[in-house]
Design a protein around this ligand. Structure first.
Ligand SMILES: O=c1[nH]c(=O)n([C@H]2C[C@H](O)[C@@H](COP(=O)(O)O)O2)cc1CO
Ligand SMILES: [Zn+2]
Length: 189
């Protein structure tokens, strides 16, 4: 067997024994990352939240982020927090990520689904989650846990048998790189 033939045999063997890659992201990482990607669409200068609703077949059926209602111009409505009049701050207007994800659903309903969200849901979103039939909440941060709205959320979730679970990331960062050299990854034949 000459050298060229030998090299060809080795590469054929490599092709035939090729294994799947194992550094792929798992389902939870994928859904939480989708929620975080959606949050990047938010115009809120302080807090960007994203939510991703997933059914029992691991299919995404709704995505949302916090933003002004349709027709309420992002540039005209306020984004401040601590204004003398509540009418001049964002809170009376902004739609929360969870609410948008539920309303944006692309399936008939979101019954028995799981919602992945950056922040633990407030009491208003908790009510929407319960009424929509979502059965599980996976959240990243519970930074407002001491506030009455969030204590109320937990009371309602407990009463309604909604499971809530904090997501503990295995990795702290998932990078999206548009700058891939596709020919280097998989050379054109
Ligand atoms: O679950 C949530 N979902 C959600 O979309 N939000 C939004 C509403 C506001 O735009 C922002 C919170 O504003 P701030 O952190 O500045 O108080 O995050 C806030 C929460 C917190 O519960
Ligand atoms: Zn909310």
């Amino acid at each position: 067997m000459d050298l060229t033939e030998n090299i060809a045999n080795i590469s054929l063997h490599e092709e035939q024994t090729a294994k799947k890659r194992n550094d792929y992201i798992d389902w939870q990482e994928y859904f939480m990352a989708v929620a975080f990607l959606a949050a990047k669409r938010s115009k809120d200068p302080k807090t960007q939240v994203g939510a991703c609703i997933v059914n029992n077949d691991n299919k995404i059926v709704g995505i949302g982020y916090n933003g002004m209602p349709i027709g309420c111009n992002d540039d005209d409505f306020p984004w401040g927090k601590n204004t003398p009049s509540p009418l001049d701050s964002k809170y009376l207007y902004v739609c929360h990520a969870e609410m948008n994800a539920i309303l944006n659903k692309n399936s008939a309903d979101v019954k028995d689904c799981t919602i992945y969200v950056g922040l633990f849901p407030c009491n208003e979103c908790a009510k929407m989650i319960i009424q929509s039939g979502i059965k599980k909440v996976v959240y990243l941060s519970d930074k407002n846990a001491h506030r009455p709205e969030y204590i109320a959320s937990k009371k309602m979730f407990n009463a309604s048998n909604i499971i809530y679970k904090q997501y503990k990331p295995r990795i702290s960062k998932i990078e999206i790189n548009f700058d891939i050299d596709w020919d280097l990854v998989s050379p054109t034949k």
